[in-house]
Design a protein around this ligand. Structure first.
Ligand code: 5GP
Ligand code: MN
Length: 581
């Protein structure tokens, strides 16, 4: 204690001095174990307090995160939430040392052609038979659309990403299309705005590198330098997609007037940039605030929310789909982790394949990101669409689908005339399939929330097993650390080796519930799975149905495919992996 007496008593209150003092004592071999334990415990409690305080600071500015309790969310998940969904808490800061209404047919076809091209490798248009009326109204030159869609496919396949690939693009595009129809929001948007939505969804992750913005910034990649560390990937997605259209044969917007072209571009840029997850909490806050005002909702903000929600919509789809998307994303994160390890960088949160707790992180993702986003989405849709429905029913419009004005900014006739190139079609009120009268926002919301909850429950079950696996692993590690007996160590190693070998001698996957569910070389396309796709209740109007429509086609050859494993087989695979681990 000699050295320590020289340190003023008040300094000893500071953990840093206490620890230095202990180090000195340790060097001299002059240490009381009880004292040592007490001081280490004290230091740990100070560090914990600092961490909580730091988190609270973040929560002060971002109240949507304020429900994160220090004991309910694992540290790594909190780190991930903060570093992914806010700007304030990036890695650098935390580690300073280091219209007229869009008529149903045209609507469906414009969206449908995009989607269909995503799913067809052959460029032949044989089999695409649309009514002559539709072809005439269609303003996008079909050959240009084909070339453009094929170039998109190439760009989405460039980095062979397990998650951010052409299927994710098609999935998000399909989901945006689904949301527009089933919430009735399509009746609030002009044709040009609907085109902007579909187009933005289709290009929103174009040439994604399979790594995060933070990774680009840390590694000082070319794109990070080009875009000054701001929404690096998102800037690239829009810019590169527009660059494609500079080629005449890929210019799908050739027939737009100058004004329409500029308006569409401005919407697309705003929407795609808003898919940068670091703006998530700000976006939610702004939109919540807007909903409390009496004025109408800003079109671009509402459209950005739809795209953002579609981008994170797989937890609102059937478990089989959600589980596969999760595993694909985790594998993509882990590949980034592998790169980080190779570069001597610290693992980004959720990127260490050996220690990431997938189930627990999914609960955090659903609780703090997905649920609030979808709740806001349905509230926003309600605020916008309910007055439209009321108005349409009052005016006794045959299909509730004819153009109408409303206080929230539905397109006026004057506005429609301003855009001669985007006139509505003549089928108007006679086509009732997707009319306002069929919109049922309550069941849209209830179904979504039910599915999200059910998925969360599944993750909770898996989290229990995940925790057990983790604890067993930690015990094993402790044992080998504590033992100075060489023989015992040898035995431990032997047991560990045995438990990481399958019965046939093959090496098992790492200690994590990330499994071999998906063949990652072919994104979400499991060639070996020959099970037939069976759709669930065809009357069920939820995102799962929408997803299944697209997933039932093999993205590579347009053939119907084994879109998903049966529930039992997915369950079996989950269990299998836990056992293996
Ligand atoms: P995107 O990168 O596709 O434009 O935006 C989606 C982002 O949301 C992903 O990069 C990821 O950060 C997050 N995300 C989407 N789905 C999941 C999920 O299932 N789990 C987690 N942890 N994050 C997800
Ligand atoms: Mn995306």
């Amino acid at each position: 204690m000699d050295d320590c007496v020289t340190i003023k008593k008040k300094h000893l209150q500071r953990p840093i001095f206490r620890l230095r003092c202990l180090v000195k004592q340790l060097e001299k071999g002059d240490i009381n174990v009880v004292d040592l334990k007490k001081n280490i415990e004290y230091a740990a409690s100070v560090l914990e307090a600092v961490y909580i305080d730091e988190t609270r600071k973040l929560l002060d500015t971002e109240d949507e995160l304020s429900d994160i309790q220090s004991d309910s969310v694992p540290l790594e998940v909190r780190d991930w939430l903060a570093s992914t969904f806010t700007r304030e808490m990036g890695i650098v800061k935390r580690r300073p040392e280091e219209k007229p209404k869009f008529r149903s047919i045209v609507h469906a076809v414009q969206a449908g052609i995009f989607v269909e091209r995503m799913y067809r490798r052959t460029s032949s248009m044989v089999g695409l038979a649309y009514p002559a009326e539709v072809i005439v109204t269609f303003k996008i030159p079909v050959p240009n659309l084909i070339s453009f869609a094929e170039a998109l496919e190439v760009g989405y396949s460039k980095y062979k990403n397990p998650y951010h690939n052409l299927i994710h693009a098609a999935d998000v595009t399909q989901t945006v299309h689904y949301i527009m129809i089933h919430t009735g929001i399509m009746h609030w948007l002009t044709e040009l705005e609907i085109l902007a939505m579909i187009f933005a969804a289709a290009v929103h992750d174009y040439e994604h590198t399979g790594t995060t913005n933070n990774f680009h910034i840390q590694t000082r990649s070319d794109v990070a330098i080009l875009y000054n560390d701001r929404s690096v990937l998102e800037n690239h997605h829009v810019s590169a997609a527009y660059r494609l259209m500079q080629e005449e044969e890929m210019n799908i917007l050739a027939n737009l007037t100058k004004d329409d072209w500029r308006e569409l571009r401005s919407l697309v840029i705003e929407m795609v940039l808003s898919t940068d997850m670091s703006g998530h909490f700000q976006q939610i806050k702004t939109m919540r605030h807007t909903l409390q005002q009496t004025e109408g909702v800003d079109k671009a903000k509402a459209m950005s929310l739809i795209l953002h929600a579609a981008d994170i919509s797989h937890p609102a789809k059937s478990w089989e789909l959600h589980y596969r998307w999760t595993m694909a994303l985790m594998e993509e994160f882990f590949r980034q982790g592998d790169k980080e390890a190779a570069l001597g960088l610290q693992f980004s949160p959720l990127c260490d394949r050996k220690s990431t707790l997938v189930a627990q992180s999914q609960i955090g993702f659903i609780d703090f990101i997905v649920e609030p986003t979808f709740s806001l989405l349905t509230d926003s849709m309600e605020k916008i669409v309910m007055p439209l429905i009321e108005e349409a029913s009052k005016s006794e419009s045959p299909a509730f689908g004819t153009p109408s004005q409303n206080s929230l900014g539905a397109v006026s006739n004057a506005e429609a005339q301003r855009r001669p190139s985007f006139k509505s079609t003549s089928d108007g009120g006679t086509h009732t399939e997707n009319s306002l009268a069929t919109v049922d926002l309550t069941s849209f919301k209830d179904n979504l929330m039910k599915i999200i909850q059910a998925n969360k429950e599944r993750w909770k079950e898996l989290a229990v097993e995940e925790e057990l696996v983790k604890n067993v692993g930690e015990q094993e590690k402790d044992q080998s650390r504590n033992s100075t007996d060489a023989q015992l160590q040898e035995e431990t190693t032997r047991i560990q080796n045995e438990s990481s070998q399958g019965s046939d001698g093959t090496t098992c996957p790492p200690r994590s519930i990330v499994l071999q569910v998906v063949s990652f070389d072919t994104p979400l396309s499991d060639e070996s799975n020959s099970e037939k796709c069976t759709n669930s209740d065809p009357n069920q109007k939820d995102l799962t149905d929408a997803q299944q429509e697209t997933q039932n086609t093999d993205p590579l050859n347009g053939e119907p495919k084994h879109c998903k494993k049966s529930e039992d087989s997915v369950k079996a695979t989950e269990k299998e992996a836990l056992i293996q681990n």
